[in-house]
Each structure stands twice: as C-alpha cells, then as structure tokens.
Design a protein around this ligand. Structure first.
Ligand code: PEP
Ligand code: MN
Length: 337
C-alpha cells in the first residue's frame, strides 16, 4: 500500500500519519520526492481497510501496489534514484564506468590497473578480495589483505571502490575498506546477506542471479530497501541459456524492462556476460544503447597471467578503445560518459 501525500502536506501531518501507521503494527517507509512525499506501508495491509487513511489531513490518495516488490517499484517512487558512491553518481545523465581486475592479486599490479583505468575514463575501481569460485581448488582471493590493497589503490588513483561481500561474517571489514558493497550473482538470493547489507550505510551493487527472473531480482532488491538501505544499484551480468558461444547470455532487454518497473539505477557487466574480451566492447555498446546507467568491465594489464577471468579481461589499451566507442553510442542516446 502506498499513501501519496498532498503537495501542501505539512511535516506535522506526515508525522501524524506515520505514527498512526506504526500504531497499527505496520512499517512506514518515507520517500521524499521532488514533487511530493510518499509513504510505503509494509505489513498486513488488510488492516487499512478497517482504518481508511484517506481521511487523514494531508493525504491525497491511498493506492495498493500490485507488484510483489513495493519500495523498489516505480509506483512507490516515480523519479529515478541516483546513487552516490564516494562522489560518483550512478543513475544521472553520466554513465558510470567501473573497471578493474576480476581478483585483487597483489598491490603493484592493482595500482597499475587502477591508474590505467582512471586514465581511460573509469569512474570507479572494482576488484574481488573474496572470490566465489566454482572450484574449491581455484584462487579464492586475498581476503582482508586484498581489501586493504583495494582501499589504498583506489585512494592513490582517485577512484571509489566496489568489492564483493560473500559472507555476513566479513561485512565489517568490507564496510571499513569499500565505498560500495557488491552482492554477486551466486548470492542474489542469500536472504540473510541481503538483510545484512540492508542494514548497512554503504551503497549496494546487486548483481542478477544467473538463473533468476527479473521479478526475483527485484524481490531481492526489496530485501535491501525494506531493511532501510535505499542506495541500491542493479547489475545485469548475463543469464544461463542453451547458448554456448558465450559464457552467459546478456539479457539487454532486462535494462529497459527494469527501468520501467523500478526507480533504481541499472548497470551492465559485459565481461561476465560474454566471457570473451573481444565481445565486451560490442555488448557494452548495446547495453548503453538500451539505457544502462553504468558499465562494469574487467581490465588487467596481463590477462594471460590473471588468476581469474583473464579471457574476458580487457588490456588497458582495449579499455580505452571501448570507452571511445561507448562514448559515441552514449552521445547518440543523450548520455555522457
Ligand atoms: C564479479 O563481478 O567479480 C563476479 C564474480 O561476477 P558475478 O557475480 O556476476 O559472476
Ligand atoms: Mn570475474
């Protein structure tokens, strides 16, 4: 249920309604838009049929939200959310490009990649310290040491950092060193992890599960918002299909679909979607043409020696080429990079 307040509703009227909603055992979530304030009501909404809130001063209308996700929906908030990560805005006119290695391997190579990424036009640095690997024998990441390297490299290159959190037990250290917390595809429905990052003050990058529908993905985002964290960015990273020519299949149509259903920004990851560096540029351009608010790409100075995902990593020179191409598409669709 959504309570839309009148344009001229006062703070006192807002407080009165919020108190009433709480008294009824429901959870009010306030969204102050440019035009007006909206209160999302979470809980057993049937009670509102007995206690009609339309009669309260300051209320314009009360509407049911038909979608199973409430706070994430466009019905709850019609204007687009802009998420700010260490000064970088995601969801505005400018497309935010996040670049960096798949895994943090050592400080020197990370710093080199970070500086090249910055020079090439990246707005943020990525890198995994806790890696979700299919094989238990594969490199699992440097853990907290990797977080420290990321923090330092980001600082030296002048880039905010995003890194994956796999386990609730590591949230304190990830919060300490990172500007944004990534929830990976494999953990998109790890509900305890979602609740935990919902309680965090850090922005969250929620990747789409490789076998998840858009509805399930938005429900996962709802877990984060309902726990109080509205700074969520979605990331389409390809889904499983029968096609084997690419690692996954980039669902570009998910971008305009999500933009219609939700106010949250959405970025695209053509690296994990394709699994092949030669396809990263073309798919990045397709995602930008479809209206994505950012890109996440893997960049490595020596992909041959990378400890993970070398085959989909761009050399810095190819990252620069991709950025030049992406810029043209961005301009054509009224965006900047
Ligand atoms: C990553 O971005 O490092 C990653 C592991 O991606 P995904 O969760 O999309 O597979
Ligand atoms: Mn990777």
């Amino acid at each position: 249920m959504i309570i839309v307040l009148r344009r001229d509703a006062t703070e006192k009227q807002l407080k009165h309604i919020v108190d009433k909603v709480k008294k009824l055992g429901l959870k009010p979530m306030i969204s102050k838009g440019i035009e007006r304030t909206i209160i999302g009501v979470i809980g057993e909404e049937d009670i509102l049929r007995v206690q009609p809130l339309e009669v309260f001063p300051g209320v314009e209308k009360v509407m049911p939200v038909l979608a199973p996700y409430k706070l994430v929906s466009r019905e709850f908030k019609s204007d687009k959310t802009i998420v700010s990560v260490g000064g970088v805005k995601i969801g505005g006119k400018k497309i935010a490009v996040i670049a960096g290695p798949c895994s943090v391997e050592n400080f020197d190579s990370l710093l080199k990649i970070a500086k090249q990424a910055k020079k090439g036009g990246a707005a943020m640095l990525r890198g995994g310290a806790f890696k979700p690997r299919t094989s238990p024998y594969a490199f699992q990441g440097l853990g907290e040491e990797g977080l420290k390297y990321l923090h330092q490299a980001g600082k030296e290159a002048g880039l905010p950092i995003v890194t994956e959190l796999m386990d609730v037990r590591d949230i304190d250290s990830v919060e300490k060193y990172a500007d944004m917390i990534q929830i990976g595809a494999r953990n998109m429905q790890n509900f305890n992890l979602l609740k935990e990052v919902g309680l965090s003050k850090k922005p969250v990058l929620l990747k789409r599960g490789m076998m998840s529908t858009i509805k399930e993905w938005l429900m996962s985002a709802e877990y984060i918002l309902v726990n109080g964290n509205f700074n969520v960015v979605l990331c389409e990273r390809g889904i499983r299909t029968f096609e084997e020519a690419t690692r996954f299949t980039m669902d570009v149509s998910a971008i305009p679909v999500v933009k219609r259903l939700s106010h949250l920004p959405i970025i695209a990851d053509p690296s994990h979607a394709t699994g092949k560096w030669g396809l990263v540029g073309p798919v990045a351009k397709a995602a930008v043409a479809c209206g994505c608010d950012g890109l996440m790409v893997e960049v490595h100075t020596n992909p041959e020696e990378a400890l993970s995902d070398g085959s989909q990593s761009l050399m810095p020179s190819n990252f620069v080429k991709m950025m030049q191409e992406v810029k043209k598409v961005a301009k054509a669709v009224g965006r900047d990079v």
